[in-house]
Structure formats: C-alpha cells, structure tokens
Design a protein around this ligand. Sequence first.
Ligand SMILES: Cc1cc2nc3c(=O)[nH]c(=O)nc-3n(C[C@H](O)[C@H](O)[C@H](O)COP(=O)(O)OP(=O)(O)OC[C@H]3O[C@@H](n4cnc5c(N)ncnc54)[C@H](O)[C@@H]3O)c2cc1C
Length: 395
Amino acid sequence: MKTVAVLGGGPAGASAAERLARAGLNTILFDEKLAWEKPCGGGITYKAYDQYPYLLNNDTPKKLIHETVVNATGAGEAKMTLTQPLLIYSRFDLNRMLLERAERAGAAIEQTRVLGIERQNEGWRLRTRNGTAEADFLIVATGARNPLREVGTQLSAGDTMSTAGYFVPGARERIDIQFLPNFEGYIWVFPRCGHLSVGIGGKGEPAHAMRARLEAYMDQQGISRKDAVFYSHALPSLETRSWSRNRVSGRGWLAVGDAGGLVDPITGEGLYYAIRSGDLASQVLLNDVHDLADKALAYRDALAREFAHDLEFAAMLARRVFVGRFVFRSVPQRMVQFMQRSPRFRDLMQDLFAGTQPYLSLRARLMKGLNGTLQEVFMQFFLERVIPGQSRVIP
Ligand SMILES: Cc1cc2nc3c(=O)[nH]c(=O)nc-3n(C[C@H](O)[C@H](O)[C@H](O)COP(=O)(O)OP(=O)(O)OC[C@H]3O[C@@H](n4cnc5c(N)ncnc54)[C@H](O)[C@@H]3O)c2cc1C
C-alpha cells in the first residue's frame, strides 16, 4: 500500500494518521477546519489517558477534575471525590495537540473540504476544494455529520442524540451531572481552562425543547449566559439493533470515531472510542497478515473484541437508566439514593466515571457479595430490574 488518505482531522483521524505515518506509510490527512472548538464537553476518562499517557503528559492547557456532584430532581445530590479524575480539554487545544503529533510523525496535513470520493482501479480518487488527490486506502474520520454517503455509519434518526450547550466564561473545580424527570439524557457542567462547557444531550425531544430545559437549569443554578457562546451538534447513539448492521468498514475503507458510530450510548463518551478506533484501524492497515480485501473484516473483529459488544449492551440499557422506574421513583433518583447510602454503589460509580467498568459485567459485579442488609436486598431487586442478564442480549 502506497498512500492512505485520512478524511477528517478530529481525534479519530489525527490518531490514525499519527500511527500510520510513524510506521512509515505515506499518509495525508484532509480537514476543512483543522483545530477548532468542536461542540463537546471535552472530558477524557482515566481509561483513555491510562492507555494513551500522552493525553495527560503534555504542555497543552487542560484541567484534572476530582469532584463530581450527581443530582436527580426530587432525590437531592450525591457528592463524590473521583479516585481517577476526569481530564478536561477545550477541543481546540486537544485537536491542535493531536494534529501536531500527527504532523511530527510525518503525516501531510491539508486544510480542505473533501467533496467526493470515487473508486479508481484498486484505490480511490478524491475531489477536494483544492483539486483532486489519489489514495490506495481511506480512513473515514469525518465525524457525526459525515457528508460522504457511500462510506461510514448510516445513522437513522433514532441513532443520534441531540445536544445543545454554552461555553460560559468562568471557573469551577467540580463536575455537575443533572438528571431530569422523564428525560432520556442529562445535563453536564464541565470546567475547562478559562470557561465552562455547560450542555444537555438526549433523545426523544426536539433540540429547542432541550435548549429550554438547559436554560432553565442554568437560570436556577445562577450560571449566566452573558458572553456565553451557544453550540449544538449531533452525537451518535446507536440503538441496539443498529450495532449488528453498523457500516464501519468496506472494501478499501475503515470508519473511525463518530463516523463509525463509536460512542457510548449512555454517557456520550466518544473521545476514547475515537482515539482507540483510530489506533485499531491503523493496526489493521499495518498488519501484513491481512490482504487488502480482509482488512474490513479484521477491523470489525477488532472493534468487537475491544468494545463494540459492550456499547451494544449499553444501547439496550440506556432508556432504562434514564427513564426507567423502580418502586415509585425514577431510576436516576434511585441511583442517587444508592450513591448517598451504599459505599459499594459509589465504588461502582467511580469506575463508571473512570470508564473502567464494562457494562456487560456491571450486574455480575454488583450482585457479587451482597451483604444481606435491607438496603442491599433492595439494591439487588433494583439491579435485576434495570440490568437484564447479558445472555438475553448478546447471542
Ligand atoms: C455536545 C457534545 C458533548 C460531548 N462531550 C464529550 C465528552 O465530554 N467526552 C467525550 O469523550 N466525548 C464527548 N462527545 C463526543 C465527542 O465530541 C466525539 O465523539 C468526538 O469528537 C469524535 O471524534 P471524531 O474525530 O470521530 O470526530 P470529530 O471530532 O467530529 O472530527 C471530525 C472532523 O472531520 C472534519 N470533516 C468533516 N467532514 C469533512 C469533509 N468533508 N472534508 C474535510 N474535513 C471534514 C471536521 O472538520 C472535523 O474536524 C461530545 C459530543 C457532543 C456533540
């Protein structure tokens, strides 16, 4: 293989380009904006920076946040000191840092919009705003709004979350998570260097209704919108049935990050999956064991081995987590109560915040060693209701 074209230079594309270029492949990355303030919380879990320590060890401005407050209307709040803090970047800074790494590794970077792709012999011909280019293989990293219809995930309306938010001038040292009644999603306040990212993400409501919920919350919390910058963006959140037919690869191309729908359908975490899938796609491309025709399948297998089944399971849990009910209360209200009262439940939430607790083993972990107190028996019934046995979901 002579040339790989990486379409899109967000975290997924930049990570793939870095690895491919470092291994000596002729790599060219196209992005219409390069580093930009992509609508995002910018939160990076411990799972991500533990696996990719350069995310933590660099000179780029960022914050490490240890305090979290989880609130469900009607149940009060639960405070938690994170044993594995959340790392928070502005996306401009994160994207720039990752693109610089790709460039230093030897990738060519061109600022232009890719307008179209066509197959040409065994490879591809690209049409960009700057002209044309040729490549033997494509990494598709064009994000949730991938305009290239013939490659990448085909998101149905049910497979996306709407989001809306504000970048608000100000400083804080804690994360706030707010669950709302009858809402399949949540509000977050993430402190960054010099400002906050305050946003809402969810399903089943039009964007203007979600924005109204967010603004009511901000008013209630005294978070001013003066000089704040509004944002909104789509976020992939695949439904359970969409995972098995998810179009993540094909002959001559692999889709990474949001362009492959690789986002946690509960938390909306996408940065880890973007970076990791960029890395996995590069490994598949660089592996001589697979011939060109086998690469699509090898990548699919790699995703399945690492996290795709877990995200598929999470898709099935998502609705129950946000709008399920248990003994006259909503599931988020019960979760806050368990966080207030059960050290075991709090430990589990710590690991969920760190990204180190797979959804597939959530139930087994919580059911192990319940101590028989009334509280824990109640929790057991709760877990049985909210988290079905995985064998019913994953064949
Ligand atoms: C409101 C919101 C909050 C979020 N908060 C978090 C969070 O706190 N933590 C977390 O882990 N995840 C979060 N996410 C998810 C995260 O932002 C995404 O998963 C992540 O950006 C995916 O990276 P990516 O590289 O796949 O795509 P993107 O970051 O979207 O990058 C795609 C790139 O492709 C370029 N591009 C697109 N089309 C073309 C074209 N035709 N030609 C050239 N270039 C093109 C774009 O300019 C862009 O730079 C959030 C998402 C939203 C919407």
